[in-house]
Design a protein around this ligand. Sequence first.
Ligand SMILES: Nc1ncnc2c1ncn2[C@@H]1O[C@H](COP(=O)(O)OP(=O)(O)OP(=O)(O)O)[C@@H](O)[C@H]1O
Ligand SMILES: Nc1ncnc2c1ncn2[C@@H]1O[C@H](COP(=O)(O)OP(=O)(O)OP(=O)(O)O)[C@@H](O)[C@H]1O
Ligand SMILES: [Mg+2]
Ligand SMILES: [Mg+2]
Lengths: 256, 256
Amino acid sequence: MSKIISITNQKGGVGKTTTALNLGASLAAAEKKVLVVDTDPQANASLGLGIEIDKTNNLYGVFAGRCSIQQAIFTFPDLPVFHIIPSSRDLSGLEVELAGYEDKFSFIGETLNSIKSSYDYIFLDTPPTLGLLTINALAAADSILVTMQPEFYALDGLNRLLDTIRRVQGSLNQALSIEGIVFTLVDYRLRLAREVMEEVNKFFPQLIFKTIIPRNIRLAEAPSYGKPAILYEATSSGATSYMSLALELLEREQKQ
Amino acid sequence: MSKIISITNQKGGVGKTTTALNLGASLAAAEKKVLVVDTDPQANASLGLGIEIDKTNNLYGVFAGRCSIQQAIFTFPDLPVFHIIPSSRDLSGLEVELAGYEDKFSFIGETLNSIKSSYDYIFLDTPPTLGLLTINALAAADSILVTMQPEFYALDGLNRLLDTIRRVQGSLNQALSIEGIVFTLVDYRLRLAREVMEEVNKFFPQLIFKTIIPRNIRLAEAPSYGKPAILYEATSSGATSYMSLALELLEREQKQ
Ligand SMILES: Nc1ncnc2c1ncn2[C@@H]1O[C@H](COP(=O)(O)OP(=O)(O)OP(=O)(O)O)[C@@H](O)[C@H]1O
Ligand SMILES: Nc1ncnc2c1ncn2[C@@H]1O[C@H](COP(=O)(O)OP(=O)(O)OP(=O)(O)O)[C@@H](O)[C@H]1O
Ligand SMILES: [Mg+2]
Ligand SMILES: [Mg+2]
């Protein structure tokens, strides 16, 4: 059973990359085979795992025919079933190069076809836009996981994102479902956070994951060591909250 | 003396919009005539001032010939010299529509030409990408103000941004200067924040503003009331830090 999940929100800095790395690593620690595909030209997911970006094989290299997809897959000795296909700066060129193609939205989906069956989960870390790369990811995905920091701008951002999802479901990918909404960077002491979470819960109660990811400095420190938080400081609230998110995801799968 | 400053960083969620609104409002409180131009299709700056986006005249409306630039300017009774040209969802269409134009990078600059002399400062709030809208803003600007949250991904992001600035200086806008780097969302208690600020200070000491914007919940609450922080809670550390940033900017101008 292989599932491609796009981690997407056009609002910037809401924990997309942190979720791709830490939810991915937590599932790998639970013996699931996991691949993270970094589709953001910022290449933060790649940097966060210590990869020397722009110097290795990567997603753009596969597009440009410089390497096969197998050659673009990197593994980690500490967590052997956790793989990544890195990004690079030239990936931003893809937005321009694909624009002229007939099937400009299917590059990521087609690229992953040949390897999808070797993984239980493939997470697509997307850039903070609704541009061609993100639409490519949504076209390729089985579901979308929305990370949300519960602050004012999040509410309008969610409505926009839902509009985009509906449009993608209506044309490029009818099977795209919503995996759910994960609240991230949550400071429970703040009234604003509670109010926004209540507001979202009023409209979309069935979409919200029970696991809430707290603000925890270990999650921000871990990428500077090139590791997911469970390898950096496994007992931190950041690492343990992603572990429970992984378990919640697995439980949901079993019920379906 | 009129100056166009682009507030830019492709890293998401680092206080670009919050800086455009609060630095702008602080300068207006100091009797400067200020215009904020929201060039981000997310329209957060517009939302943060309580504007009903998609229902009013806006920047895309000027491009599409639906209204004049004067008709797209909104004012606030509480702070009469603080104006905004709002964004809208259809602004994301501009990326696609402009792509075919010969002078695709000069739309924003040309649009502002006729009104530039009526303001002391024009701030361009840009989206979290280095796409066509952001390049348009850099082509139109006299200088760029970089907001940075001192965390791991900020360092690589800054190098990328400086590359882009050099490219713009080499072609579209030779006069583009760097106004400086402002650290935002800073939690002084965190070792990571201090380390990243020290690192940036090692390489670019002359670029860093002395004023540091602390993490302060009033800055995140103010947009839900449609106001800049100085009108929401003027004594908060968030509001006062933007006031000192405004004074530091004015002092620098006088020295030049
Ligand atoms: N739960 C958390 N606690 C503390 N820091 C966090 C947490 N989640 C993310 N961060 C930090 O906050 C910043 C933003 O997170 P991240 O880069 O994952 O967001 P993003 O949505 O991927 O951003 P972008 O929109 O730029 O791609 C990073 O510096 C990250 O290390
Ligand atoms: N100094 C601060 N203290 C507390 N909260 C802040 C501060 N600055 C910004 N925020 C909040 O953090 C979030 C991100 O800030 P903001 O939206 O201004 O960043 P941005 O760089 O414009 O994001 P984007 O990349 O999506 O355009 C917002 O919810 C904002 O209200
Ligand atoms: Mg990211
Ligand atoms: Mg913004």
